[in-house]
Structures are given as C-alpha cells and as structure tokens.
Design a protein around this ligand. Structure first.
Ligand SMILES: [Zn+2]
Length: 287
C-alpha cells in the first residue's frame, strides 16, 4: 500500500537521517527503486515530474502501475508516490489519480500567491491523507522545462509557508538540478541553519542531490534535511551501463537484442546507485 510521506519524514527528522526521493521514468526504473528499498529495508519516495507523468501516458497510469507493483512484488517497506515540482493543476490531478503525496511548486509566484495556492492544495490533499511539499526560493538549473535561477530562500518566507501546515519544505540553498558546474559555490549552510531555526521540526527537502559531495550531504542532514531528491544520477548510470552493453556488441550476440536483456545492465546500475544513496542518507534498516 502507498503511504503519505508525512510519517516517514517525521521519523527521519527525529532520527537524523534522510529518505531518498528517486524519480521514475518507466517500469524498469520503478521496479529497481522498489527492489532496492525492500532489500535495504528502507522507506522510499518515488518522484514523478509532470513531464515523466505525461511520458508514462498520465498520472492515472503511474498510480495504477506503482500500486500494482507494490502488491505484486510483495513490498512491505513504506512507499510514497510523490508529484515532483507540480503545478497547481498538476497537483490537483495527482490528488485525484491516487498519488499519496504531492509537491506544489509555487516558488515562481510572489510569496502571497504562493501562500494562497499552497493553502488550497493542503486543504484538498490533507482531507485525503495525502502529504504536501511546498517550495520557497527556486532551485537552480532546469528540470523538465522548469528553469530555476538558483536563488537562496528567505528564512522568514520559509516560516510563513511552514506555518500553513505543509509536511515538507523545499528551500533553495544554492542547490541546482542536473550536473553541477565546475565553479559551483557549494551549499549555503548558514541559510540552511537559519531556515531550520525558523521552521523547527519541519522536514526540509534538498533538491538536486546529484553531484553534491558526500560530506555536504551529511552536514545538510545534520542541519535538518530529511528528504533528498535524486534524479540525474540514476539517468547517468543507466545511460553509461546501456552504452557499455551496446559498445561491447552484446546486443548482437545471441538474443542480446531482447529488450529485457538490453535494459538489464542499466536497470542493475540504477538499483546499485539507489542502494548507495540509501546507505549515504542513513535510511537503510529504517523501514
Ligand atoms: Zn527539484
């Protein structure tokens, strides 16, 4: 059964570890993340961007696939199905489609409009036991056409959004989506500490987990981050493993062209990467 992300994140915050959100794109991605979670006895959040939802033909398809996989695979660890960077309309659609968690990203609106719309989404979601993530201060880089300028969040605005009763809060602290550039300045821990001070027990979310050095990840968890989003990194290892298989000519040997064989090395690479992240985040054995 799918669960809201609220309880697993409360536990993570209290236990000083983080739960990984791993974005999914298709059946292989979902299956591998679920396998890794079950084998590591770790709670997990499956992230779905609006673009990935469209790619998989719609949120209803995604919700039905994930719910069926959890059952058919005998998954017993807590699994949340979460909309990543949702628009107002997208969040409403996911609430109807059977997601157990949604992010409403109102960071590109002014703070008043962000507050108003976040409030409306909370009312819709909480009535159904669905958790809500909000965002203050956009996150740098580009994700499925959403471009963020990498601004750093205002701790006072974070408090205003947190006070609405959101279950988790994404706040820009110099993190960006995609691969980090050579001249990246690193995470702004001073701002993170101030946000943590203002928001108390609110689980904080770190987007753009790909390429942040391990010691910075650990420090961010110490400072109150309880959810870390990983997307690009799984894409990179999937592509590399698939390339290696094809460049070695394995698709041309015997039945190597069988899609189940062709996609297997990439899928295995995702599972390995997810396991590595669960170990780093400290969520292994916390199911
Ligand atoms: Zn993000």
């Amino acid at each position: 059964m799918l669960v809201s992300a609220a309880e697993m994140l409360k536990k993570a915050k209290a236990g000083h570890y983080a739960v990984g959100q791993f974005n999914i794109n298709n059946l292989e991605w979902t299956k591998m993340v679920l396998q890794a979670a079950q084998e590591n006895q770790s709670p997990v959040i499956l992230g779905v961007s609006e673009g990935a939802g469209k790619y998989m033909t719609g949120f209803k398809t995604v919700a039905a696939m994930v719910a069926a996989m959890v059952e058919e695979m005998g998954i017993t660890v807590p699994v949340a199905l979460h909309l990543d960077h949702g628009s107002y309309e997208g969040a409403k659609k996911c609430i109807e489609a059977g997601f157990s968690s949604v992010m409403f990203d109102g960071s590109h609106y002014g703070i008043e409009e962000n507050i108003q719309k976040t409030k409306e989404i909370i009312e819709l979601a909480h009535g159904l036991g669905i958790s809500v993530e909000a965002e203050v201060g956009s996150i740098g880089g580009e994700e499925d056409g959403v471009v963020g300028g990498g601004e750093v969040a205002d701790p006072e605005e974070c408090k205003q959004i947190a006070d609405l009763g959101v279950d988790m809060l994404a706040a820009g602290i110099g993190n960006i989506h995609g691969v980090y550039p050579e001249n990246w300045q690193g995470l702004n821990f001073d701002v993170l500490a101030k946000i943590q001070e203002k928001t108390g027990t609110m689980p904080l979310v770190l987007h753009g987990g790909t390429g942040i050095p391990d010691d910075m990840i650990k420090k961010a968890i110490d400072l109150g981050v309880s959810k870390i989003n990983v997307n690009t990194e799984c894409q990179l290892v999937f592509a590399a493993a698939t390339r290696e298989y094809i460049e070695a000519g394995k698709d041309q040997q015997g039945k190597g062209f069988d899609p189940r064989k062709l996609l297997a090395p990439g899928a295995a690479a995702i599972k390995e990467k997810v396991t590595e992240k669960m170990q780093l985040f400290g969520s292994v054995g916390k199911a």
